[in-house]
Design a protein around this ligand. Sequence first.
Ligand code: ADP
Ligand code: MG
Length: 207
Amino acid sequence: MERLTRGEPIGAGMQKRVFVAAENPKKVIAESRDGKDLTQEQIKATYYLNKISHLLFPKNIPAVSQAFNDVNKSYLQMDRAQPDEAHVKANKYIAGIGEHGEFWETNQYLMENEKDPEIKQFVKTAKEKGIFMDIGSGQNFARDPEGNLLYLDISPAWEYIEGKIFYWFDDVLLKQTIEALPEADKSKALNYFERLLALKPKDYNVN
Ligand SMILES: Nc1ncnc2c1ncn2[C@@H]1O[C@H](COP(=O)(O)OP(=O)(O)O)[C@@H](O)[C@H]1O
Ligand SMILES: [Mg+2]
């Protein structure tokens, strides 16, 4: 599959910087920040976890098409969503690529997102299904032109923090969710799930 390259920057958080793909404006590339690169297992597992979350929430979570490590950075390539104007503006400000003077506007936007009942409900539903989401101080959510909630952050399948492992999914809940899917989705999701589990580190089981 073709590997796309970085074009115009559109956002950045604590973990990644995000660019429109130079060759295809319908795709984005997320590049890990310095020191935030993932292991080979993490990047593959992140890909499979996102495949599952996209199957569960096709309108809310953009599909990932590639995930790979290159020199010191990790890359994820995914469909470009169409976040609303307020989200785009706030994210440009956060990433340092916007105009000056939008601090209060950005703050207001983030605070509203943090309180948004639809966002809270979505995070809760996803958690019950076995997928954990990062509300990211309100930064990770947006709405598309049809009014669908967008979750614009691919969390790694797990993270290592001070010698401990933190999973962004729950095996048992996710398996139950997948078992309840209609047949076609179920077989796809089970395939991703088995690959995801096979990548889980054997020497860690704390959460
Ligand atoms: N698929 C996407 N389509 C459009 N914009 C995106 C997409 N993914 C991320 N972004 C933008 O980039 C920002 C930062 O990306 P994110 O993955 O949240 O980085 P981090 O993990 O560092 O928080 C998002 O808040 C969003 O504005
Ligand atoms: Mg984010």
